[in-house]
Design a protein around this ligand. Structure first.
Ligand code: ZN
Length: 452
């Protein structure tokens, strides 16, 4: 039994003072409010639930900062970035993936994410391409060693485009037949445990046939299992989908599938008013990744219109150009302010934008990851983020504005400790295996030449 005494805890009902949290077997066994600290308690400042990182490609951490120089042709966009990403993908073997993922998961924990949905299509280890389980094992090992809660989302990838039924040469390390993919998914399911859940996914409408998508969706439905796919990230994908299916991507998806709360649509950047209304009316979650969407020049999701209709959102760090959930929330709002020339755009249920975005991301993130977390309550997973109450970020703030300070101050994060499933992963603002993870990461990047 671990007991934590906090000056303030953000419970489902709001902030409470002087709270003792008792943790047993990875779960919250008891919550006492207006309590007194006792000698055995770990005394901390503010405690909030951990956020789910709803969209991650761990291997892309090694590419961050390496694609920011203008090419001679001067036409840099998502598709030219993708060529660089393919070059990296082709060089990452299972040992390198373990090291890169452990580093990025350690960084996620240090910044306040406690769960990650790993959207994994890098199925073939270049050193052992016939075994499509070793790369998953690398992800699983990295999650377990870092301590982060994992939703493993094996992702099907089978073709180069709507009119290209086979993968191109860069995509062969991703590609499987649908039968190979389903067999991999079934084997991965056996790994599920207290901190690992297995979802299922399709890369995108362009990379997976309609028939295969139906098969995958049926498996997701039977779970229910988190069901993820990229959609409408780029205008070119919208144009190709219109040409192939006669419908826009989200429009086509809604016509052909019954979307429920286990569906997670990643990006959904290019959607029109009809699609926004129809999508918001389902219980599906849209995973927004503002720092990556900005970095890749994707476009801007119509957040205000979507939230007005009570659409659900989660956040993700995607390519890991930023690993800071509060920065993702800040840029969700800032993108809207910049284009509308107004302020406090995302504030629809709560007059405080920071708390509203945080609470929406907690709810949507837990749904996207299919994990029972995101709330501090008896019986829930013991996943906490401890914030320093002495950090100047919070000076002069109260229960109404504390989360606004966290989202909008933008100073170094005041994350002191992080617990996942009852285990402290971050202590004194440092991941407990930080130095080991950094050393292995540096060695892996040097060995595979990830920056070339
Ligand atoms: Zn992605």
């Amino acid at each position: 039994m671990t007991t934590v005494f906090a000056k303030k805890v953000l419970l489902a009902s709001g902030w409470e003072d002087d709270v003792r949290l008792s943790v047993r077997d990875g779960r919250i066994a008891a919550i006492e409010t207006a309590a007194d600290a006792s000698a055995e308690d770990i005394e901390v400042g503010f405690v909030i639930p951990g956020l789910c990182n709803a969209h991650s490609h761990a291997f892309q951490r090694a590419l961050a900062g390496h694609t920011e120089q203008r090419s001679p042709a001067g036409r840099d966009n998502f598709w030219t970035w993708r060529e660089r990403m393919y070059a990296l993908a082709g060089s990452v073997d299972a040992d390198a993936l373990t090291a890169i993922a452990r580093q990025v998961y350690s960084e996620m924990l240090t910044s306040g994410y406690t769960t990650v949905a790993e959207f994994h299509y890098l199925h073939r280890d270049p050193l052992n391409p016939d075994d499509v389980d070793t790369m998953f094992a690398a992800i699983s090992k990295a999650a377990s060693e870092s301590g982060i809660r994992l939703t493993y989302v094996p992702v099907h990838y089978e073709r180069a485009g709507f009119d290209k039924p086979l993968p191109d040469k860069h995509q062969r390390s991703f590609a499987q037949t649908i039968d190979e993919f389903l067999a991999h998914h079934a084997r991965a399911l056996a790994s599920a445990g207290p901190t690992t859940k297995v979802g299922i996914g399709a890369h995108s409408l362009r990379a997976v046939s309609a028939e295969s998508l139906q098969t995958i969706a049926r498996i997701a439905e039977s779970g229910p299992t988190p069901m993820h796919l990229h959609i409408a990230e780029q205008q070119a994908e919208v144009d190709q989908c219109l040409a192939a299916y006669g419908r826009r991507p989200v429009e086509w998806l809604l016509e052909n599938f019954e979307l429920r709360g286990n569906w997670c649509l990643v990006h959904a950047t290019h959607i029109n008013s009809e699609e926004i209304a129809a999508l918001a009316a389902t219980n599906a979650v849209v995973a927004l990744c503002p720092s990556t969407e900005a970095n890749l020049g994707d476009g801007l999701f119509p957040l205000h219109e979507y939230l007005k209709q009570d659409g659900r959102i989660a956040i993700g760090s995607d390519s890991h150009v930023s690993i800071n959930p509060f920065e993702e929330l800040r840029w969700l709002e800032y993108g809207q302010r910049l284009v509308t020339q107004t302020r406090n755009v995302a504030s629809l249920r709560d007059s405080h934008v920071g708390s509203e975005l945080f609470l929406r991301a907690l709810d949507g993130g837990a749904a996207a990851c299919g994990q029972a977390n995101g709330r501090i309550e008896v019986g829930a997973a013991a996943d906490f983020v401890v914030l320093s109450d002495e950090d100047p970020m919070f000076t002069g703030h109260d229960d109404d504005t504390r989360l606004d300070a966290l989202v909008f101050s933008g100073f170094p994060l005041p994350v002191e400790r992080v617990m996942v499933n009852g285990r402290w992963c971050v202590v004194d603002a440092t991941h407990v295996q930080r130095d080991t993870a950094r050393k292995a990461y540096a060695e892996a990047v040097a060995r595979i030449g990830a920056t070339a």
